[in-house]
Design a protein around this ligand. Sequence first.
Ligand code: TTP
Ligand code: MG
Length: 366
Amino acid sequence: MVFIMKKDRIIIHVDMDAFYAAVEQRDNPELQGKPVIVGGGPHGRGVVQTCSYEARKYGIHSAMSSSKANRLCPQAIFVPPRFDAYKEVTDQIRKIFHEYTDLVEPVSWDEAYLDVTENKKGIESSEMIARDILNQINEETGLTASAGVSFNKFLAKVGSDFHKPFGITIITREGASEFIDNLPIRKFIGVGKATEKRMKDLGIETGADLKRYSRDELKKHFGKSGSYFYSMAHGIDNREVHLFHSRKSIGKEKTLHEDLDDVEDIIEVLEHIAQRLTDRMKRYNIRGRTITLKVKYHNFRRISRSITCKSAVQDPVIIMSNIKRLIPKTKMGKRKVRLVGISISKLANQSDINYEQIVLPILNDE
Ligand code: TTP
Ligand code: MG
């Protein structure tokens, strides 16, 4: 019998370093070498979108409230985002990626997966391809990115974060097992703060600990994600690099200028959000079936309520009519609200898009 070994794919995940903050430092020399925070101002109610590495030394990170960031580092410089400038860089780096391969999957403005198993330039070594891409990005944009190179998406993505900034991490099939064994559990994609705590309660601190659990045991503790964690721990990830972003949801939220308890006032904010969100959905050609209303109350407790339509929607009016059905399932009007948001998930592919219509939705509370 003849065994034909399928050739491993070579996947590179590229992610810009401190993206928004790096663009700000590039464009304003006064900000270079300083703790810079892009996002809401220090005295408002906004959040940190990202911050420079100088600011990260103070414990500041994305999604932290700007006021807390200001307490941690009073000398930090706050700047509002300039999306046009970031978008320009996004276009530049995507163009560079396509010089190396047609198989590019953008994940967000600053990251993408590239399948370079067959690269257009005929470069032999995958490390060389990654090095060339990072150098070219640096020359053309004045910014740095990092890259992970591996035989699957999960390891490539973990790799790009491993030696930031301007670093390359290569995880070969031979080295994968040892790399995963030593990987702190928080670094596994999909393990946020809450899951990390639950993992630690089970004695899981690293990939090696995770490997000690069977798929069924992990499924028992973490549901569907358990099965995914099992595969990741064993270096199995057969997801291909798609030409379209593989995002799961698209959303927008807003911290209110003051806590509100008048439902009409909140609806007005939600209408604005629905409009902005659908503008973005149209730009990316995205529709989705599940509409989620997110609410953060004045005491910072967060809840979300969602509704699933039979076909994918992209229209602000339809989204709002569903949001209004979800509002009675929250404590809006009875409890002061600090933040509201809308997100759309169960996204449709270009091929299975139906015309939007209001159909009997399935309510599911999260
Ligand atoms: P990230 O790649 O997660 O972060 P980063 O590029 O700033 O830093 P790192 O070097 O660790 O990769 O996100 C890319 C950009 O997306 C980031 O610059 C700002 C934006 N962003 C938000 O607006 N809100 C968020 O919560 C996060 C995580 C990112
Ligand atoms: Mg980044």
